[in-house]
Design a protein around this ligand. Structure first.
Ligand code: FHN
Length: 458
């Protein structure tokens, strides 16, 4: 009965407006709050997101000032410090008087990304703590009320867009500061408070899209608390607002839930929003599981959290391992995003700067195997990965095969040229096997400290 009532209400709610659900597929989606992108988007904005393949994440907020430590204890994740140590607003919000990224220079950050080869950048405009990196007029919990005072978001557009790098904002639904936010609904008053909070969220998103019209998209997070995910109409309403306000906006799948509170993907395993951003520190398993949908994996450089930490813990990733993850994602039609954690002064750490140069050096010679590339219908080779663009296949070799000759599953007469991307002077001789397939002689190949890329032109 509840479902039937919901169906009738949905049809009554949607048809009069007729704005968001233009056809029966969308009505069905609305009924169950299911995914609305029945097919991957094929518009210029989304095609550019696919072309980009490589993104940068920045986590910076009041949490940065603590350096992932409090009262001599190390936090598991710096940006979760308030929650982990159960700090009161009174104690935590003293950080407002500490926040002063006086070395922040948007052009410096953009140059690092231009060097590294990223094509889009995501910054935590508002993380779970609720602190805003822009002077929002809907709350006092903003950068305006810190020693730094200035908006950090606006300067990023001129700097990044000048290099052709798109800007996304990370926005957390979860908000530990806002008085109306509820993790659970225990009373009618809680529901009323959360309805007010959703109104606040829509006002802030309207403010962000109005202040920063060059924004490419929104990277939502923190949609997992029971109160929010059990009321899927809220995420539906926010997404409906955004798509009316900015029709070509790109939104990840972490804004919504369905009638059963299911996150990320609906009951038909279709992701909400325009791409699946649920792969944090991991990739689809098996890797080829989501070849036909848009997905993105994001990764930290170290294990303890996404924000600045005085002491890094666990494995610290190398430029080789990061490039391999970028290539691996590209080989399965996914994007790869690398997180940096700016310092309390607003600068990029020495290790992150070093990594960006090493990755950038490899990308400057081999980015043709990444940008605009995707999967090929072949099993993964032992020496690395294949990627392909229109009429080219790239062999990305992280391990040089032991044999000097390598036989490939392509008919030799179809291959117009064989070229080593990082060294025009090395000519790779080729021959044909009995079954007509291509053989390449790797004798001349010196193993690159990250990976050699051989381009096959069809
Ligand atoms: O809780 C957040 C976490 O702090 C970080 O922002 C990551 C990266 O997006 N997302 C959530 C964890 O899934």
């Amino acid at each position: 009965m509840k479902y039937l009532l919901h169906l009738i209400c949905t049809l009554l709610f949607i048809f009069p407006f007729g704005v968001y659900a233009q056809n029966i597929a969308e009505v069905e989606a609305a009924v169950g709050y299911n995914a609305t992108n029945i097919e991957p988007r094929n518009d210029p904005a989304m095609n550019k997101w696919r072309y980009n393949r490589f993104g940068q994440f920045f986590h910076i907020g009041l949490y940065t000032t603590f350096g992932a430590e409090y009262d001599g204890q190390q936090a598991k994740a710096g940006e979760w410090l308030k929650s982990e140590f159960k700090l009161s607003d009174e104690v935590y919000n003293k950080a407002l008087n500490e926040f002063n990224p006086f070395k922040f220079n948007a052009s410096d950050w953009a140059k690092i990304d231009k060097t590294m080869g990223t094509k889009y950048m995501i910054i935590t405009a508002k993380h779970h703590e609720g602190f805003c990196l822009w002077p929002s007029k809907f709350t006092d919990f903003t950068i305006k009320n810190t020693p730094y005072k200035k908006d950090m978001l606006g300067p990023l557009f001129e700097a990044y867009n000048s290099y052709g790098i798109d800007v996304f904002f990370y926005y957390s639904i979860l908000d530990w500061n806002h008085p109306d936010y509820r993790a659970i609904i225990s009373s009618p008053e809680d529901k009323v408070a959360m309805e007010r909070y959703i109104g606040f969220v829509i006002k802030q998103l309207d403010e962000l899209l109005t202040l920063y019209p060059q924004l490419t998209g929104l990277w939502f997070d923190g949609q997992w608390d029971t109160a929010y995910k059990s009321n899927p109409e809220w995420g539906w309403k926010i997404e409906e607002f955004l798509r009316k306000k900015k029709p070509n906006i790109i939104i990840n799948n972490r804004l919504r839930s369905d009638v059963n509170g299911k996150l990320d993907r609906d009951k038909s395993d279709k992701h909400y929003g325009d791409f699946d951003a649920s792969f944090e520190q991991k990739m689809p398993d098996p890797l080829t599981k989501y070849l036909n949908t848009d997905w993105e994996t994001s990764s930290t450089l170290m294990n303890n959290g996404w924000s600045y930490s005085k002491k890094w813990q666990g494995e610290i990733k190398t430029s080789k391992s990061i490039v391999e993850n970028l290539v691996k994602a590209t080989s399965a039609n996914g994007n790869f995003v690398l997180n940096f954690a700016p310092t309390p002064e607003g600068s990029i750490s020495e290790y992150e700067t070093k990594i960006s140069k090493e990755i950038g050096s490899w990308m400057s010679k081999n980015n043709k195997a990444i940008y605009g590339c995707g999967a090929i219908n072949l099993p993964k080779p032992s020496w690395g990965y294949y990627t392909q663009s229109k009429e080219k296949v790239y062999m990305i070799m992280f391990q040089k095969p032991s044999s000097k000759l390598i036989q490939l599953p392509f008919q030799s007469e179809k291959i117009k040229s064989v070229k080593l991307l990082n060294n025009d002077n090395i000519k790779l001789s080729r021959s044909k096997s009995k079954d007509g397939t291509l053989i390449i002689d790797l004798t001349e190949l010196n193993q690159d400290n990250i990976a050699n890329v051989i381009e096959l032109q069809f």
